[in-house]
Design a protein around this ligand. Structure first.
Ligand code: M6R
Length: 607
């Protein structure tokens, strides 16, 4: 995902743009640039590479009070100096930064070339800049509006023009934009992280809207120029939450934040005495929810793994048929949505393109759509009918950790909320939420497993293939453990339902191959022990995640990392922690960039 920052006010713009872009670094990028504007012209500095490369090129004394900055994640054209944003039109007066993809850029490019425009870059963004330039007749807002009529695709854009040196025009379709409201200044960004140092008062730009921004005024309209009332909202995150606070990496910080994050997530939502769950975000449509005949959970990546835990929870507690679908598959396969189907979109960022598209498809087909989202005000949060926020705080590390446990906890709350209203007895609900309320404290103790997780990582870090096995509730955790390891340490890892191993993957097991077996106490314990024996007899090295007090597993496993006992259905909240730590230490030992793994961005806002 690319990052956008813009500033209009009375302070020097450059330090604000630089700081904002640095805060967006966690989203990953391969080039960056800024455009500073005054009545004498637009001055663009841009380069391929990491942010410090750009910083060295910038004139720290620039006094401009107006500018835009961008971090690019290449889609159209390689990450080169020329292809970096901002892009200007032929006149050099207009500069554009853009997140998203212009789908008809080929046709527009050909058309503009026929009109005599010669292009410098291979990007779709330059096409947009040239198109705006072509329509510019002294009113930037009009020119942008006119240009966007010819454009198909997705965009979050910020446009400046030296003829209107105190104006930024922004527009949004499929790519988030937020405007921070300060005293005599506005800060535009694609992510609240770039704004928090200056203000927590924000206006969210919705899809299909444009913003005309000056230091003292902000005007929102639809793309068709119909005025839109604006609402100033408070961002609940603080600056401290997006800083490292002494940790070496955000991923480690976020792993260790999980007990507090989960407490925030549960706060005010459970009533132990009454055995009930309160979820204000569901009340409005609770009758429809309770009558649901089928639940579909849709998500991508780690959120999909959390959704799979949700599937098991819903079937056990709500007793309603539930399926988990990859959002990317769901959106294109003509899904069957019957009357009474509820679709739950699970997403940390609330901006993942496939998940957004899946929920739109579900909505169009008449489903009641529920969001389980972390980022307040994000697209998915705004487009779902009802929802429950995670409240686990900002997640900066690309590898999702506290969002996973937050997602599982919220799905557990929703399952209990519905189960209790259908057939769960007060005693069963009380038992469930009592166990859930103990998880944060259990996590605090469990984090001491970090040293053992590091030892495991040290022992096997040179092995290039790992397997992760689990059954029942432990199966989604096996998938998540394997994903964590591969995405940050680049070690190949596969997660499997343990019994599937004998249908093929067992052929992979050779002497010393690390096989992480999640073998917690519960209904499938004896079964997983058999799988552990199968691995052992083929020479695999077993790293077991087992329940405290288990005195059998040590006889079979090479290493045992113990987790506290809880209900079987809540074990994923605990078993995932040693796996996050193993992945983290493996990545550090391999010298990988833990928080910004190669080829990955924090939110995937392209298909
Ligand atoms: O923001 P989302 O939860 O919608 O993101 C979905 C996935 O892209 C995300 O979980 C991804 O798999 C993580 N980086 C994995 O750690």
């Amino acid at each position: 995902m690319c990052g956008i920052v813009g500033y209009v006010g009375s302070r020097p713009a450059l330090p604000i743009l630089v700081e904002g872009l640095r805060r967006l670094e966690y989203r990953g990028y391969d080039s960056a640039g800024v455009a500073l504007v005054d009545e004498t012209g637009v001055s663009v500095t841009k380069t391929a590479g990491r942010f410090h490369v750009l910083e060295q090129l910038l004139d720290a004394n620039a006094a401009h009070t107006h500018g835009i900055g961008h971090t690019r994640w290449a889609t159209h054209g390689a990450p080169t100096n020329i292809n970096a944003h901002p892009h200007t039109d032929c006149s050099g007066r207009i500069a554009v930064i853009h997140n998203g993809i212009i789908e008809n850029d080929r046709a527009l490019r050909t058309y503009l070339e026929q009109q005599g425009v010669s292009f410098r870059s291979e990007t779709d963004t330059e096409v947009l800049a040239q198109l705006i330039g072509k329509f510019y007749e002294g009113d930037l807002e009009q020119a942008v509006r006119r240009a966007l009529r010819d454009v198909s695709g997705t965009y979050g854009i910020a446009v400046v023009c030296s003829d209107e040196p105190d104006v930024i025009v922004a527009a949004r379709k499929g790519s988030p934009l937020i405007i921070g409201v300060g005293k005599g200044e506005h800060i535009l960004a694609s992510d609240a992280a770039a704004i928090l140092a200056h203000t927590t008062q924000v206006v969210y730009v919705d899809d299909g809207e444009m913003a005309h921004i000056t230091p003292d005024t902000l005007r929102l309209t639809t793309l068709d120029a119909i005025p839109v009332p604006q609402k100033v909202e408070e961002v609940e995150w603080s600056l401290e939450q997006i800083e490292l606070a002494g940790y070496e990496h955000f991923m480690l910080k976020e792993i260790f934040e999980q007990p507090d994050a989960l407490e925030n997530c549960l706060r005010g939502r459970i009533d132990l005495r009454a055995g009930t769950v309160h979820l204000g975000g569901l009340e409005e449509r609770s009758r429809e929810l309770i009558r649901t005949k089928r639940i579909i959970l849709t998500a991508c990546g780690t959120a999909w793994h959390a959704a799979l835990v949700g599937e098991y929870l819903f079937e056990e507690l709500v007793r309603v048929p539930t399926e988990t679908e990859y959002a990317s598959e769901f959106r294109y396969r003509n899904p069957i949505i019957d009357d009474g189907t509820v679709v739950i979109a699970v997403s940390q960022s609330g901006e993942t393109t496939d998940t957004q598209a899946a929920l739109r498809e579900a909505k169009q087909r008449g489903a009641l759509v529920l969001g389980v989202v972390n980022v307040v005000g994000s697209t998915i949060a705004r487009e779902t009918d009802i929802g429950v926020y995670l409240h686990v705080g900002p997640e900066i590390g690309v590898a999702s950790t506290k969002a996973f446990t937050g997602q599982v906890a919220v799905l557990a709350l929703i399952a209990c909320y519905l189960g209790r209203r259908k057939h769960m007895s007060p005693a069963a609900a009380t038992q469930f939420i009592t166990a859930l309320s103990k998880i944060p404290e259990q996590m605090r103790g469990l984090l001491n497993v970090a040293a053992e997780a590091k030892e495991v990582a040290e022992k096997y870090v040179e092995r290039n293939n790992w397997l992760y096995l689990g059954r029942g509730y432990d199966y989604p955790v096996a998938l998540e453990g394997a994903l964590k390891l591969k995405e940050i340490s680049y070690i190949h890892a596969e997660g499997l339902p343990a019994a599937e191993m004998k249908h093929g993957p067992i052929a992979l097991i050779t002497e010393g191959m690390p096989v992480v077996c999640i073998a917690t106490a519960g209904s499938q314990y004896e079964k997983i022990l058999s799988n552990v024996s199968e691995v052992r007899s083929r020479g695999g090295s077993i790293v077991a995640i087992a329940t405290e007090g288990d005195d059998k597993i040590g006889l079979l496993a090479d290493h045992v990392l113990y987790v506290p006992d809880t209900l079987e259905s809540l074990q994923p909240l605990l078993t995932v922690i040693p796996l996050q730590l193993i992945a983290y230490h493996a990545a550090v030992l391999r010298g990988c960039n833990v928080d910004k793994p190669r080829n990955l961005a924090k939110s995937v806002t392209v298909e």
